[in-house]
Design a protein around this ligand. Structure first.
Ligand code: FAD
Length: 305
């Protein structure tokens, strides 16, 4: 017979959102288990920025501090394993892990994050998070006042241009195929002296002081770094779907202002629960809110019994 364990709350995903949820639950003496497979989205980056009191610290070190500080709270356990199935059952939820563990819990917090699916360009994945970057808030200061590229060709890419231009006047847009910007948008780029290149990009290569952006016609552009628009974002919603939680149009888990999903007792926080506000502090704030709401609901349920 399988070993069945009972907890108040299961948090699936133990990075910024999940660990912040665990902290408030630990401080509320809630028996909490955090499952984590150790693949936070910002793992490829050497430094995390815009993290209050931890600006410039490595993402993995920030999470290590988070886990270390949880040790004060004995009701919180961290399990380094994947939850593979989740289902509702009378009075709560039943989870199964990859190693066959069964967990019965009263509340669930989904903090499973997202994955960036990058355009299929040779070399781009290896430089992701260092010289191939996605966010002016995360990496923009370090690349400011240098010659940078942006590989992208949609409305969101155009939206990014203004923010990048705030930091870099020497900017070239690589649309990697026929440009889809409107005539007005293209005229604006021309007016500001922002280069626009439609030739497909075949590779991004590392070099000592930057990168080489190699085009299909053999031309090479030297840049300090390049921004890139992910081809798409994959939201880790398999368990949310199994549990019957609704998703929004972008594919993220629908939540209300208290991080409650459309299924009572299930909360979601962090990148997986928002279509675009993807930052460490935002994830941690959502986790804190989800943890607080779980405890609030359980306290009220127990009080009224
Ligand atoms: C290259 C890069 C650099 C970035 N730099 C910054 C920055 O400088 N500042 C900033 O504020 N933001 C930055 N971000 C954004 C930041 O990474 C995210 O906003 C943040 O990681 C979201 O935290 P999260 O807890 O929601 O998800 P994640 O950090 O993605 O963590 C999700 C966790 O859940 C685990 N998991 C998933 N499914 C399961 C499962 N079924 N069972 C068990 N565990 C599971 C994963 O292994 C992972 O550890 C960056 C993003 C990228 C891509």
């Amino acid at each position: 017979m399988k070993n069945i364990q009972q907890f108040d709350v299961a948090i699936i995903g133990g990075a910024s959102a999940g660990l912040a949820a665990a902290l408030i639950l630990g401080r509320s003496i809630r028996k909490t288990v955090v499952f984590d497979t150790g693949e936070p989205r910002n793992k490829p980056a050497a430094h995390a920025h815009n993290v209050f009191t931890r600006d410039g610290v490595s993402p993995l070190e920030i999470l290590e501090i988070g886990r270390e500080q949880l040790k004060v709270y004995p009701s919180v356990a961290i399990a380094q394993e994947r939850v593979i199935t989740a289902a509702k059952e009378a009075g709560g939820f039943r989870l199964e892990t990859a190693s066959g563990g069964i967990f019965i819990v009263r509340k669930v917090i989904l903090a499973t994050g997202v994955k960036d699916i990058l355009p299929e360009i040779a070399g781009i994945q290896a430089l992701w998070g260092s010289k191939v970057i996605h966010c002016p808030y995360c990496h923009g200061w370090e690349a400011r006042n240098t010659s940078v590229g942006l590989i992208g060709n949609d409305d969101m890419a155009y939206h990014l241009i203004a923010m990048i231009y705030n930091l870099n006047k020497d900017l070239t847009i690589f649309t990697n195929g026929k440009c889809t910007f409107s005539a007005e948008q293209q005229a604006k780029l021309q007016q500001l002296g922002i280069g626009l290149i439609e030739t497909p990009v075949t590779a991004v290569e590392d070099e000592a002081d930057g990168i080489r952006i190699v085009l299909a016609d053999g031309m090479v552009h030297h840049k300090h770094a390049t921004y890139v628009r992910a081809a798409r974002i994959e939201y880790h919603t398999e368990l949310a779907v199994q549990l019957g939680c609704e998703l929004d149009e972008a594919g993220s888990i629908k939540v209300d202002e208290f991080q409650q999903t459309t299924v009572p007792g299930i909360f979601a926080a962090g990148d997986v629960a928002h279509p675009m506000y993807h930052q460490v502090m935002a994830a941690a704030t959502g986790g804190l809110r989800a943890g607080g709401m779980c405890n609030g609901q359980m306290s009220a349920e127990d009080f009224e019994k």
